[in-house]
Structure formats: structure tokens, C-alpha cells
Design a protein around this ligand. Structure first.
Ligand code: TLP
Length: 363
């Protein structure tokens, strides 16, 4: 069940989710210790649980998805090494180029296909030969689900093929699994199976799963030892972090299956928007909780629509001049979706009237 007593319908992201009552209780009661000494029993428990869920030997708790990815790529690559990744990936677009800035890692972006995948033939062709002119190809990064590509899900077969390709060439495979839980629910497959071929995975607890803070990186015991060192140098060695990990344990035990509700709501939103003139969207491409669409109305752009929605207590961000992204989450109910579609209908209709000379105020 979603919790939707909030007067604001916030679809800006699933990062806006607030901790549940069960999380707050677990945080209150958490047993803690100094995690840099490895002595926080709640952090240790969370790490062991996530390692098991992802089928890896070990895991480390980090403060954010950005830190999870950075710690991972720093643990796979040295300075001047190259990582192959999508040109629409979060690591490439939205993490300040941290891998290059802090790790001297050379990014090799390849075009993401609309379904979030990389063309594996192109990936293979991009792996460098042994030649002193070239950086050393070390890592392939995938994102599942893929944020910018609309929350699209990469299949088990694709993930396996990418891992096989990486390993055949002596490269590692990292998965930005900020929303891996959504992918696993959408595919009805165990998360461990989905990332079986990956050498490292970063998963978020504070997106759809509604924990207040935190991500976890999983991989081999040796990899996680390096990741712990890198976490520390980035200032991410937390102390009594069990208060945070406690919420994470509730997140992974109680909040994964309900993501199916977010997916159904996202599809309902997409179908509702598809019926309106002035919006372009393909509802069949909405596989999880992210809904991207374009405002095609002749007088309104995405910023204007976002502002008009805000006046109706609905928050949806523009992500381009015409493009918007709505993210269903724990606090958004099915009834809220109907409210949102109704608001869009009104705004688009009023925009059309404005073009016929009637007054419509956005600001
Ligand atoms: N994504 C945020 C914004 O940064 C865009 C969002 O609202 O979707 N990987 C992926 C695929 C992500 O979508 C995000 C966050 C991250 C990593 C980073 O996670 P945080 O915000 O915890 O550093």
C-alpha cells in the first residue's frame, strides 16, 4: 500500500521517498558500533544480506549511488585506464566526471540504444589493442534499470552476454544498479541471477525502497577490500552507521516487492498521458517506475507545464526544453495518478485556449 496523505504529489524522483514507520523504529532500536573498525553489527548485517541477495562474496555500505559507482570504478581501474560506458549513463552524465577528476579514469562513451543497452559488437570493437598509444581497457559499465533511457530493463541474457564479453577480453563488468530492484521485479527474476555475470554492483536503498540514506556495493571479497579503502579516502568511512543500515535492512526486506505497484502506476500514468493531445509518449516502453514524455503542445514547453503543475501541488521536473520525467514512488497512489492526468488535461486545454486569446497565467 502506498502512503499518500501528503497534499503534494511529488513525482520528481524516487529519491524523494521518506523512511517508513518501520524504518524509523528500526533506526531507533539499531545496535551500533564503529564501522571503520568493522564493529557495527547492523552495518555488517546489511552488507551480508545484500551480498547474499546479489550472489556476491562481500559488500560494503556507502553513502550514495554516486559514491557506490565511484568507489567501484576506482577499485577496478588505475589512472589512465579506460572504462567503456553508455553516453546516457548516470556515471557519464550525472556524476561530475568523478572517475576522471578523482581517479584519472578515461571514459569511452558509446551510444546507448533506446532500450538502455550498448551494442555489444560495438563494445567489443572498442576494446583497445595492446599498443603503447592507447589507454588500457579495463572496465565495462552497464546501468539497469537505465535512468535516461526511461527506466528500461536489461534482460538476464543481455547481462550474461556483456559479462561473457568483458571476461573474454580480461575486462571487468560493473553494474550501476541504483534501480536494480525495479529491474528484478519487472523481470520477476532474483537480483542475484540478473547480476550473476557482473564483477561489481552498486544498489541504492534510498530510491524506490524509501530508506533515507545509502547504497551498497557488492563483489568478490578481494574487490570489496579495495572498495573499503577507496570509500575511506573519499571520506565515506562512517562510524555508527547502523542507524542508517537499520533502515536499509527494512528497505531490502519489506520494500522490494511493492515496487510492482510503482510500475503499474507508471504504466497507468503513461497510458493516461498518451490519451491527451499535446503529449507524446509510448506507454509500452514504460517498464518500471520512470515515465519520460515530450510536450508537443504548440504554446507550452516543459518548463511552463512544470510550473502550472506546481501551482496544482504536483511536482514533475522538466529534463529538456520539451521533455519531462515523472517517477512513481511509495508516496504516490493510483488515485494520485488520476489527479495528475486530470491536471495535465486541464493545463493543456487551457494552453490551447490561451492561444485563442484567452488569458492563462503560468507564473
Ligand atoms: N539519480 C537521480 C539524479 O541524479 C538524476 C534521480 O533522480 O534519478 N545511478 C543512477 C542510475 C541514478 O539514477 C542515480 C540518481 C545515481 C546513480 C546516483 O545516486 P545518488 O543520488 O544516491 O548519488
Amino acid at each position: 500500500m502506498s502512503e499518500s496523505n501528503n497534499p503534494v504529489i511529488d513525482l520528481r524522483s524516487d529519491t524523494v521517498t521518506r523512511p517508513t514507520a518501520a524504518m524509523r523504529q528500526a533506526m531507533f532500536e539499531a545496535e551500533v558500533g564503529d564501522d571503520v573498525y568493522g564493529e557495527d553489527p547492523t552495518v555488517n548485517r546489511l552488507e551480508a544480506m545484500v551480498a547474499e541477495l546479489l550472489g556476491k562474496e562481500a559488500a560494503v555500505f556507502v553513502s550514495s549511488g554516486t559514491m557506490g559507482n565511484l568507489v567501484s570504478v576506482l577499485s577496478h581501474c588505475g589512472r589512465g585506464d579506460e572504462m567503456i560506458l553508455g553516453d546516457s549513463s548516470h556515471i557519464f552524465l550525472n556524476e561530475q566526471g568523478g572517475a576522471a577528476a578523482l581517479g584519472g579514469i578515461h571514459p569511452r562513451p558509446l551510444p546507448n540504444r533506446p532500450d538502455g543497452s550498448l551494442d555489444l559488437e560495438q563494445v567489443e570493437a572498442s576494446i583497445r589493442a595492446d599498443n603503447e598509444h592507447y589507454p588500457v581497457s579495463r572496465l565495462i559499465c552497464l546501468e539497469n534499470t537505465h535512468n535516461r533511457c526511461g527506466g528500461r530493463v536489461l534482460s538476464v541474457e543481455y547481462m550474461d552476454a556483456a559479462g561473457e564479453l568483458a571476461h573474454r577480453h580480461g575486462l571487468a563488468l560493473h553494474v550501476d544498479g541504483a534501480r536494480l530492484w525495479n529491474a528484478a521485479v519487472a523481470l520477476n527474476v532474483a537480483p542475484a541471477r540478473l547480476v550473476q555475470a557482473a564483477d561489481s554492483v552498486s544498489v541504492c536503498l534510498s530510491k524506490g525502497l524509501a530508506a533515507p540514506v545509502g547504497s551498497v556495493v557488492a563483489g568478490s571479497a578481494d574487490f570489496i577490500r579495495k572498495a573499503r579503502r577507496n570509500r575511506k579516502v573519499l571520506g565515506g568511512g562512517l562510524r555508527q552507521a547502523g542507524v542508517l543500515a537499520a533502515a536499509g535492512i527494512v528497505a531490502i526486506t519489506e520494500m522490494v516487492e511493492r515496487l510492482a505497484d510503482d510500475h503499474a502506476n507508471a504504466r497507468a500514468l503513461a497510458e493516461g498521458l498518451a490519451r491527451l493531445d499535446g503529449v507524446a509518449i509510448q506507454p509500452e516502453t514504460v517498464e518500471t517506475n520512470l515515465v519520460f514524455f515530450d510536450i508537443t503542445h504548440p504554446e507550452l514547453d516543459a518548463a511552463q507545464v512544470s510550473l502550472a503543475l506546481k501551482q496544482r501541488h504536483i511536482l514533475i521536473n522538466p529534463v529538456g526544453p520539451r521533455r519531462m520525467r515523472a517517477v512513481t514512488n511509495y508516496h504516490v497512489s493510483r488515485a494520485d495518478i488520476d489527479t495528475v492526468v486530470g491536471a495535465f488535461a486541464e493545463i493543456l486545454a487551457a494552453g490551447a485556449q490561451a492561444s485563442q486569446g484567452k488569458v492563462y497565467v503560468y507564473g
